[in-house]
Ligand binder design. Structure first.
Ligand code: GLU
Length: 298
């Protein structure tokens, strides 16, 4: 517990360093308010005790999340909310960490951030794929989503990816969503953005005709009060996205510990609670595939 004494100061210093060299936009407000405010309280689970914690660390866990995805990973001033954030807090506490430092990980930067050691783990709607497994490890999955389309409320013609000929579709560079459209629907005009919030702005501005990514992400945007009555999710999924916890390559032991934490989150009811309190009111997760079984740690 020696680290407790230095945690608040260390976190503040770290936050300043990250804000100074981060440069991903978003106003640089990564400072955890008042030092230590980001300390986890996940699920009422006790810290320290029986976390099975070989290698588990006191101190601060640096976690990559999305900053702009309502219901999943959202920065609101000094606070962070969403299902990914709640799962990250639960796992960090299970591993015995005192604090979490959140860092923005946009889709295209996730593998690089893990390879460079900029983050310890990533909880960012991050699908497990074989291509990504060549560069990083994954624990989980902790959720299964499916790719879908978001359109303006008055859109009548777009009902699936095959109805997009001659229309403009926004998605995000470095995502499985954009890659699937390029591979399976090469005739569709793809507008590549850096973030989904950028795509949604382009959709309401009528610059693009649809946005594609995972249904839970799209539902989170459609459910925002700012977009009330303006947007709808088509509701016709065309992929299986297994959300994993991104880890640096060679993290087999850590992967097992993360899977243990996720299993406990599910069995305690905290997983269901985190999902229902964060996902948009209109979003129904696929109960046949959720909660998923962990895959083997490589
Ligand atoms: N789950 C997909 C992926 O990992 C799309 C969502 C995202 O870009 O975060 O690429």
């Amino acid at each position: 517990m020696r680290n407790r004494l230095i945690t608040a100061g260390t976190v503040a210093a770290l936050a300043l360093t990250l804000a100074a060299c981060g440069g991903t936009g978003n106003g640089g407000t990564t400072t955890p308010a008042g030092g230590g405010e980001t300390t986890t309280e996940a699920g009422g689970e006790e810290t320290g005790g029986e976390t099975g914690g070989a290698g588990g660390g006191e101190g601060t866990l640096t976690v990559g999340i999305k900053y702009d995805q309502p219901g999943l990973g959202l920065q609101q001033g000094a606070d962070f909310t969403g299902f990914d954030v709640d799962v990250a807090r639960y796992v960090a506490e299970h591993l015995g960490y005192d604090d979490i430092e959140f860092v923005e990980s946009i889709s295209a930067q996730r593998e690089t951030m893990l390879e460079n050691g900029q983050v310890d783990m990533i909880f960012a709607t991050y699908s497990i794929t074989d291509a990504r497994r060549e560069r990083v490890d994954f624990a989980g999955p902790y959720f299964v989503a499916g790719q879908d389309l978001l359109v303006r409320q008055d859109e009548a013609e777009i009902t699936g990816p095959e109805t997009l000929e001659g229309r403009i579709l926004c998605s995000v560079e470095g995502s499985t969503s954009a890659e699937r459209i390029r591979d399976d629907h090469p005739g569709v005009e793809l507008y590549p953005a850096a973030t989904y919030s950028e795509c949604v702005e382009l959709l309401t501005a009528t610059t693009v005709d649809a946005v594609t990514t995972d249904d839970i992400i799209l539902a989170g945007f459609a459910n925002q009060p700012a977009y009330a009555g303006q947007l709808k999710v088509v509701g016709n999924t065309f992929s299986t996205e297994n959300y994993g916890v991104g880890l640096p390559k060679g993290s087999t032991e850590l992967c097992g510990q993360v899977n243990e934490a996720i299993a406990e989150m599910v069995s305690s009811g905290a997983w269901e609670e985190a999902l229902s309190s964060n996902a948009g009111a209109d979003y129904q997760y696929n109960a046949e595939t959720n909660p998923p079984e962990a895959m083997e740690c490589a």
